[in-house]
Ligand binder design. Sequence first.
Ligand code: HEM
Length: 496
Amino acid sequence: MEQITLSAVLQALMLIGLISNLFGQWLQKHVSISRLLPWKLPKSKDASPSSEESISKPIAESILSTCKDSQHPCAHSLATLLQQDGAGCWPPRTNHAVSSWPAALRPYRQIWDDLSPLIPTPNSSRLLDDDANKRRIGHFRCLMRENLAMRIDIGQVMEVLEDDTPSRLGQDTVNALYCCLAMLRHGYRWAVIPAVKVAQLETALDIPSELGTPWKLLQRRYGLKAESSNLTGTILHNFTNEGEFVFNINAGMPEHLQKCEEHFCRISYSTETLALPIYNEMVQAIVAFDRSDKAATLRHVENIYPQLGHVLRVFYDTMHDGHVPRSLWLSHVQSFQAWGLDRVNAETGEKVRDNGVSGSHLLFFQALDSFLGIDRYLSHTDLLNSIPVRQRAFCEALKKHSPRGRLSSGRAAGVANDGSADLDPMIERGFSKIAERLKVFRAAHKTRVMPYLSVPAPERLPMTAGRSVLKGGGDNLANALEPLRALLVKRHNDTV
Ligand code: HEM
């Protein structure tokens, strides 16, 4: 019986490998990356599903149908991530159709729609007076507290969220609500965009309970600790299933500001969309290796390289002045994603600084590093704070089971006595090619992004969203940025 089950599982895995190969070939032939970029996407709500959903859905369904019952930890963790956090897909599905939300939750979105236009100001030269900024922040927070107190019934909200009946609140609605709460919380945190010194210098903030109590529950559900949001919450969940951008913090501002924000956020979203087939190839490569099928391992590892090129092109084609102007990004996009407040860790009593959203939260780069056996970038604290537990579990499984470190030992231990160990050097070469391509990305990332951090911004202190206010530079921006540059150089050098 066990044998039958095992052989059925193996057949199923071979089938998904085949589908995935065909899908990869189809992707290369038919999907132009430009279709994933924002200036090509349909804007109308009635538009037919865009390439985002048509790319993710078939591969997600095929992964789920074969992996969800698999005993292999890599297949299992990917299926769990898609099924639980992704609501059956990746990037996660969302339900932003507020009219379908339970009545108790709808006011959150209405409050965002009503108040968020008060946050941005187009001209940061108006924000140089600390006292005026303090008043502006105080006024906005007061307005938000009043609206929350008046319009949210926190008892009813918690009743809806604590109801475990699966049909009551689908995961796609939870994902959209999580995004909405994250946006409201970051809105309350900054109150004025571009972020200003007086807000940056705050180290603690009393968040209204209407935003605090449900947030704690949702953080537990995603397996996270931080008070701040993360890339999954404010960016991946900030798109509809048809690829429409939802919460724009520059609503009401000139169009070029709104576009800058959307282009920037879409880099992460499109990266994860195109990464899904690669997650599948990684899992299949590992599963094949564990059943000593080196030929299939090689095929899956080799399939990754061209698809990796597609994923990285999203960054190359978008992360430049034409789509994400330097003059706008720091002040009008990055500020809002930051956080920079202290929290006391309930378990250890220690003070923890919660940072905001960073590109380093992207699952894709963490998964790739894990598969290649490269040390992870994020600290243990950052992982627990900002990376959802099921994303962490997937990366841990990839790292633990990656064939890369086992290739020569496999040969030495005589794992493959049919001559297939001869494929080891080719598999290793496949891994090296992936690492080389990732290394090129890291060089490009460093060269392209550092100038974005050097733009003068007299209304604020040097800050990144992912690291908060930078220390050690005094008034010298170049000195403040040097440790970041060194980090990125080290990361580049470690990519082998
Ligand atoms: C102007 C935009 C950007 C700036 C200024 C920027 C800056 C930085 C900085 C300073 C770091 C190191 C410190 C930290 O962890 O926060 C970093 C890390 C990282 N960023 Fe960016 N970034 C930008 C956009 C992006 C985008 C669009 C992506 C992905 C497509 C990305 C991916 C990463 C990754 C993966 C890391 C972790 C280090 C590594 O694995 O190489 N970044 N970024």
